[in-house]
Design a protein around this ligand. Sequence first.
Ligand code: PRP
Ligand code: ADE
Length: 197
Amino acid sequence: MADPGEGLREGMVRLGQALATLGELSGDLERARGLIREVPDFPEPGVLFRDISPVLADAEAFRAVVYGMVRQAPEFDLVLGVEARGFLLGAAVAYACGTGVVGVRKPGKLPAVAHRVDYTLEYGTATLELPEDTVRPGQRVLVVDDVLATGGTVLATCELARRAGAEVVGVAVALELSALGGRERLSDLPLQVVFTA
Ligand SMILES: O=P(O)(O)OC[C@H]1O[C@H](OP(=O)(O)OP(=O)(O)O)[C@H](O)[C@@H]1O
Ligand SMILES: Nc1ncnc2[nH]cnc12
């Protein structure tokens, strides 16, 4: 029997492609790009922080970004979305594609932790945790976040998925900060990026 989630995903991909063909998606994407807020010296001096919150608050921009993240993504069974804005995009991607979603969390939030990984960020060090009873061995996982900078967050999330026995089939982000080298650290892992800065 056909997987209903796969059918939904195919429909979504076709719709995204049709919109792109009509030029609607590209118009919405262009507007979405203009909604990314740049905040100098946040969270510390010297960092130009890119905040996609205004993009998510705009219905057409949000929809266009979600289409942009999935229209060329590989087949997957489960989304891992990273706290905090990765929760919003990850849930939208999963719902649109008919899969479940797992919130990968900062420390101290989960009642039961399956795995924990420490990593480094553009501005410091951090830890991520995977909730118990979520990722099953053999599942094909898509890792979703808002921004790819150094790649530390995405790589830590991939490591969490692998420790649970899953296969990471790809990564999807709204914005890549190319100067910070995240893409190179992901090696051959398929990467879907909507915007590059
Ligand atoms: O590629 P990297 O260098 O790892 O950086 C990317 C991460 O940095 C930001 O999260 P942050 O840790 O600031 O947390 P937040 O989402 O809670 O703001 C962003 O939302 C990504 O998750
Ligand atoms: N400059 C930046 N803007 C937004 N998120 C980030 N994560 C790491 N660096 C970032």
